[in-house]
Design a protein around this ligand. Structure first.
Ligand SMILES: *Cc1c(COP(=O)(O)O)cnc(C)c1O
Length: 373
């Protein structure tokens, strides 16, 4: 009798804009322009205005966006880039693609974001940059990172793939890095109907370097300056994204309402993961930590509730990054304890109440109540 509650429900999530998306499809079809046309140009302007940055460059994925941003900034072989082990593989893979070496530093237990003091200890004479990841839509104390980068002459990059619409002290995440990058993979808060991504920057030279890199190293005069990629954001996806950008704030607001209800109803049972002071997250994921993660996930799964465990293996333990495995105990513990609960905007109040009830059934009468410290 119990119905399933999936973590994502992309069909239900698009029901309200289905007609608008269909009419946009007709508009692009009639235009005959499918690559590097007016839809993308307009989306780039609209997203720049939304973020409060001067330049946005659309590319075909969040993964390419990171690599293109790093390459445009001159990161390459011999360089070290400090980043987090608690992220999707694509973050550090992008560093490898430039020829530079990712250096993993531990995270903070409260936010699951990079620990600034660890970053300082990780700096060597080869370090060129810190690549932040706003995991689950949260951020750490960004003024600390700006100050560290200033002091050590490092560039700051933001992987804001999960953080569109989040802000820190009134500024949008993805507006502070020398380049900041977004993913519009369908499950992200601003999802295309396929792969897409973008780079944001205030620097006009970096923006034109990114424009060249996404199109085979070709500049505005048709000259190929160097090799690049074929990584463009299609007109049809840009047109869909324009429709969805208009609804993004309302969707993120719904996520915040759901998140604060989880905070309230689960207080004392599990430890919620939150950004640092000043962070207003978009709740790409609502994440909790509990030593009873697997038992809880199994209990929910038995009742048809889908959960996520991002990330079960921190990046420094993947073979792709070689044999030198630093001990990063906070990230390793996080990967054992993290559980993400459905928080998509289409989740109904009744569905959320059912999830909360099942969590209370599983954890509520165990004697030991408060998890973590
Ligand atoms: C989704 C994601 C990416 C990759 O984006 P794609 O568009 O799937 O290539 C990179 N970093 C993080 C943190 C992500 O969540």
């Amino acid at each position: 009798m119990s119905t399933c509650i999936p973590l994502y429900d992309l069909a239900r999530g698009h029901a309200a804009v289905a007609e608008e998306l269909a009419s946009v499809f007709q508009r692009v079809l009639r235009s005959g322009r499918f690559v590097l046309g007016p839809e993308l140009e307009t989306f780039e302007v609209e997203l720049g205005r939304y973020l409060g940055v001067r330049h946005v460059v659309g590319v075909n994925s969040g993964s390419d966006a990171i690599a293109v941003g790093l390459l445009a900034s001159g990161i390459g072989p011999g360089d070290e880039v400090i980043t987090t082990p608690f992220t999707f593989f694509a973050t550090a893979e992008a560093v490898l693609r430039t020829g530079a070496r990712p250096v993993f530093v531990d995270i903070e237990p409260e936010t699951f974001c990079l620990d600034p003091d660890g970053c300082v200890r990780g700096v060597t004479e080869r370090t060129r940059a810190i690549l932040l990841v706003h995991v689950f839509g949260h951020c750490g104390l960004l003024d600390r990172f700006l100050e560290i980068c200033d002091r050590h002459r490092l560039r700051l990059f933001e992987d804001a793939a999960q953080a569109i619409g989040s802000s820190w002290c009134g500024r949008k995440l993805g507006s502070l890095g020398c380049t900041s990058t977004f993913s519009f993979y369908p499950t992200k808060n601003l999802g295309a109907l396929g792969d897409a991504g973008a780079i944001a920057t205030d620097d006009p030279e970096l923006a034109s370097a990114c424009r060249a890199l996404r199109n085979h190293g070709r500049n505005g005069q048709g000259k190929h300056l160097h090799s690049g990629f074929n990584s463009k954001l299609d007109e049809i996806q840009a047109a869909f994204l324009r429709v969805k950008l208009a609804g993004l704030d309302a969707e993120n607001e719904r996520r915040r309402v759901l998140a604060s209800r989880y905070d309230h109803d689960l207080a004392g049972l599990v430890r919620p993961i939150h950004g640092a002071d000043g962070c207003c997250p978009n709740y790409h994921q609502y994440a909790i930590a509990t030593p009873q993660r697997d038992r809880l996930a199994n209990h929910l799964s038995k009742h048809g509730i889908e959960t996520g465990s991002y990330y079960r293996t921190p990046l420094h333990l993947h073979p792709a990054f070689g044999p030198g495995r630093p001990a990063l105990p906070v990230a390793e513990q996080a990967s054992q304890e993290v559980l993400t609960l459905p928080v998509r905007p289409s989740l109904t109040d009744a569905e959320q109440a059912r999830i909360v009830g099942l969590i209370k059934d599983c954890l509520g009468y165990q004697g030991s109540k408060v998890q973590g410290s």
